[in-house]
Design a protein around this ligand. Structure first.
Ligand code: TRP
Length: 347
């Protein structure tokens, strides 16, 4: 069976863009593949995090992943830092990747430039951590340690996936077949949700105006208000045309995604923006309602959530430890006991 792996940073509330663009697909994939999903808290600390906040948001992210339909009985759902093999493999990969390769990563260039200009307020000022630089090696470890065949990620992670493939290929050619070479699975443009106030930018939790981003746990009145105020244009024609009509097209993408149609088909029958906005809001409210209900259930039973998280870590570790042993053996590390000396086979 195909193995799928993906990760999400546990640093804030999940919004509609995360849900329609990624998490909803994760929930579908879990039924057709052997799926591993994690909250990547080790990646979160590449920029300074408030400890109490990190703890709460990691827990909240796990509850959210379950609420959007990831079923711990079907997939393997875990917190990255609970599986220490990720960091150990990350070191081995750091010794395989070159400085030049890491320096070419556009996400590092962007994030470090922003930190140095002091824009990341509250995240350590102009401090750029070494972890921010080696971030892609840890991400490669996340993927390779599960022998993942397919990695669903946003377009912004494409370069990290390419690097993961290069690192795996290099390792395999130096030390013998050890890692599965993963493919990126980038969602189609239709699922790309833009900011409601600034429809040429992706919806994001750090946007200028909070009115542009819809949290999946926003209350229905807020959701309706945000859609009612969504930026459109001065015409009145409802037509899917992302270049000329980014605001209207974004509403059509969202309505289409919520109702299982293409954005162009979703335009059918609309002659004015008001109806489009209110129908889109209603469709999203209906889509999110069961997710909020599931979240309330989990919030009411913290012991159950803790059990799920612990069991997920055990399931993940059972797989990760085998791959790590294989990689260490291939590189020539001395086994601690003779029993583990036998070659650990590849999946
Ligand atoms: N870097 C990814 C992001 O910011 C998160 C991530 C970490 C990830 N490890 C991963 C995604 C492994 C896919 C696979 O979105």
């Amino acid at each position: 069976m195909t193995r799928v792996l993906s990760g999400i940073q546990p640093t804030g509330e999940v919004h509609l863009g995360n849900y329609l663009g990624a998490l909803r697909q994760w929930a579908i994939d879990q039924h057709d593949a052997d799926a591993f999903y994690c909250a990547v808290d080790l990646h979160a600390v590449t920029v300074q995090q408030d400890p109490a906040h990190l703890r709460v948001s990691t827990l909240g992210t796990m509850a959210t992943l379950i609420s959007v339909g990831l079923d711990p009985a079907v997939c393997t759902l875990f917190v990255q830092s609970h599986v220490p093999q990720h960091t150990e493999l990350s070191w081995l990969l750091e010794c395989t990747v070159s400085l030049g390769e890491l320096r070419r990563m556009t996400q590092f260039k962007d994030k470090s430039a922003r930190a140095e200009s002091g824009e990341e307020a509250g995240q350590g000022g102009d401090h750029v951590s070494a972890g921010l630089f080696t971030y892609p090696a840890l991400m490669a470890a996340d993927i390779l340690i599960y022998d993942a065949d397919r990695v669903p990620v946003g377009d912004d992670q494409r370069q990290h996936l390419e690097l993961t493939r290069d690192v795996a290929q290099r390792f395999n050619s130096r030390y013998g077949d050890t890692f599965v070479i993963p493919d990126a699975a980038i969602p189609t443009v239709g699922a790309r949700v833009m900011d409601l106030q600034n429809p040429t930018a992706k919806m994001s939790k750090s946007a200028e105006s909070p009115q542009g981003s819809v949290g999946i746990f926003d209350d229905p009145a807020d959701i309706s208000r945000k859609f009612a105020r969504a930026v459109t244009d001065s015409e009145s024609e409802v037509r899917y045309d992302p270049d000329q009509k980014p605001g209207v097209s974004n509403l059509l993408s969202i309505l289409g995604a919520a109702t299982g149609r293409s954005p162009a088909d979703a335009a059918e029958g609309y002659h004015q923006y008001g109806a489009l906005k209110s129908d889109t809001a209603d469709a999203i409210v209906a889509l999110l309602e069961p997710i909020a209900a599931k979240k309330a259930e989990l919030d009411a039973d913290p012991a159950e959530l803790a059990r799920i998280i612990a069991a997920g870590a055990d399931k993940a570790e059972a797989v990760a430890s085998v791959t790590l042993a294989r990689a260490k053996e291939a590189m020539g590390f001395l086994p601690k006991s003779l029993e583990t000396e036998a070659r650990v086979p590849m999946r």
